[in-house]
Design a binder for this molecule. Structure first.
Ligand code: 5GP
Ligand code: MG
Length: 210
């Protein structure tokens, strides 16, 4: 297959996609077209659920940002937006210290209808920690929305998200906001990288901005 054909099939034939980034992709798992259709459906379900209520979205940095921006522009609701970062490996830690939540100073969720938006639900520890932290702030209601949910039969008692875009296999994904070692967030599709890219990388888990 020619380089151009490979780029076209990977959905990277637009000028914004460099040859270098296209060459790192092993496979497109969810195409930008499927994402766009599903995000519209999710927005419809969320709008239906909240009706006339004013919504407060709490977006988890940084992986949810592209999903968030597509989702909220399709929500015909009055809504506020806050962001939160979650760090499991503070400072030089190499073992998870458990998720630590950093809400913006002064964020008040009391009495608000809060919808947590994240990119992907994996072990569920991020979502569980956020649900516990937000519940302490006395919201009027609390729901969760993830673009993807990994199939993880090995994890017991994983918190369930209220709105889920896609069920995906347990493999490491990049693109549409998700990174590996700070790279690949700008890929328009959700992809798996070639194994050589992971070997080259410095290791990307646990950063504050995953
Ligand atoms: P959990 O706490 O559910 O185990 O993990 C959720 C967080 O881990 C997500 O918010 C995301 O930052 C990160 N994560 C989980 N799976 C993936 C993946 O396949 N790719 C990337 N880039 N990040 C992931
Ligand atoms: Mg994350």
């Amino acid at each position: 297959m020619s380089g151009d054909e490979r780029k076209r099939r990977a959905g990277l034939d637009d000028p914004a996609s460099s040859q270098a980034i296209a060459a790192d992709i092993a496979r497109v798992v969810v195409s930008r077209k499927r994402i766009a259709v599903r995000v519209r459906e999710l927005a419809g379900r969320i709008a239906e659920c909240y009706g006339q209520a004013e919504l407060t979205i709490l977006a988890v940095l940084t992986g949810s940002l592209i999903f968030l921006s597509d989702l909220i522009r399709q929500l015909p609701l009055k809504m506020r937006l806050d962001v939160v970062s979650v760090c499991s490996y503070p400072g030089q830690a190499t073992r998870s210290q458990g998720p630590r939540i950093a809400l913006p100073p002064g964020a008040s969720l009391s009495g608000r209808h809060v919808l947590i938006v994240d990119d992907i639900l994996d072990s569920g520890s991020t979502l569980r920690a956020l649900q516990q932290a937000v519940a302490l702030m006395d919201p009027a209601s609390l729901r969760t929305c993830v673009l993807m949910q990994k199939v993880r039969p090995d994890v017991e008692d994983r918190p369930a998200a209220d709105f889920v875009g896609f069920e995906v296999a347990d493999e490491f994904l990049v693109g549409y906001g998700l990174d590996f070692d700070h790279l690949y967030r700008n890929l328009p599709d959700l992809c798996v990288l070639k194994p050589a890219c992971y070997r080259r990388g410095a290791g990307a888990t646990g950063r504050e901005d995953a």
